[in-house]
Design a protein around this ligand. Sequence first.
Ligand SMILES: Nc1ncnc2c1ncn2[C@@H]1O[C@H](COP(=O)(O)OP(=O)(O)O)[C@@H](O)[C@H]1O
Ligand SMILES: [Mg+2]
Length: 424
Amino acid sequence: MITQAFQPAPAEAAAPEPAPVSEHIAPAPRVSVQAFCETVETAAAVQGAGEDRRLDKAHLKIQMGGITAAIEAFKGSPTPNVIVIETEDRGTGILSGLDTLAEECDAGTRVVVISRHNDVVLYRELVRRGVNDYLIAPIGTIDVVRSICGLFSSPDAKAVGRVIAVIGAKGGVGASTIAHNVAWAVARELQLGTVVVDLDLGFGTAGLDYNQDPPQGVADAVFSPDRIDNAFIDRLLSKCTDHLSLLAAPATLDRIYDFTAEAFDPIVDSLRATAPCIVLDVPHQWSGWTKKTLIGADEILVVAGPDLANLRNTKNLLDLLKTARPNDHRPHYCLNQVGMAKRPEIKPADFAKALEDEAAAIIPFEPQVFGTAANNGQMIAELSSAHRVAEIFRQLAHSMTGRTESKKARSGLLSPLLGKLLKR
Ligand SMILES: Nc1ncnc2c1ncn2[C@@H]1O[C@H](COP(=O)(O)OP(=O)(O)O)[C@@H](O)[C@H]1O
Ligand SMILES: [Mg+2]
């Protein structure tokens, strides 16, 4: 949510937006943020951050006028959780301004300073005054997102759960099967604590696929939102393997399953705090909550069969998700059930051309091994670890958890130093 009081910058004047990076930034909680900018370019970057999915819950207000406007705004009135201040000043002006502002600041208000000057003396003075982060302009939207979210994530960001949402471009294309096998491989190969959430409440098959019949699961949580906390969710999980747990769907039809757009948010938020990897098995439907769940995920995998309807639907999904997540890297897609005898199919190369991206995996149609696995309640790798499909699931487990990405250096020369100094 954003309130703005400035004129957006003309496109050509905007600071160059860095290419979306594949880093993991945990979403910010429901905090209030007020930004006081001096340049339209910075204001535009901050506004972009306010539209980012990770600041969905935050309330962001943007004003011009820098530190002077900030002092004026908070004279005798409460301060928000975060104040972002841009300054063009490099000397005593900003420091005395911050001292004045400090008198008005409530305990717990965090301050981020944006400056054009990469100046170590100024930086030291800011740190001494308890400034929480220092960004060097020109800044991009993702820098603001990273900074604000970073104020609220634990020092060891790796402990925060990464959410992978899997959806089919059509029903029956194997999205759930792939979600379950990839989650199993993440737990087995990467030894990452993983939770599968079966969001297909009426017909979900995660229980069958993992040979589990738990009495409780996702329905107990979504129908009692006020009971949700980490301990409650923990009790609803059923353990499948050492590192894999399931939040199962009831797969019964005595209730109907209509949900509000936010219905699953508290469950996913809770899991994020406790599990390193969360795999959401999203049913093939288009509703407020499926859309919101996909947009809010860290990684998305669209599973498509090799035909025209799948291609169209995948294109629509990828286009929509790319637009809704301009600061994330693009959603992934994979092709499944490829090479069915006698069936005319659209070639992977044509998918790649139409979607302007290579498939994350191309999985062959293997009715024997998939059928046996499904009927036994086993994963493909449990049936035959050496099977080529098991190897594909291992590769997907790596790529979907970002284990194959080269970590890009954070922008800003002072960042590593800042990280060390601010660690408390
Ligand atoms: N590559 C494959 N080869 C053969 N059968 C497959 C393959 N992938 C999935 N299946 C089978 O297709 C059926 C539908 O899979 P499912 O995962 O329930 O699809 P979705 O979740 O997309 O509706 C299941 O019986 C599954 O075993
Ligand atoms: Mg399914």
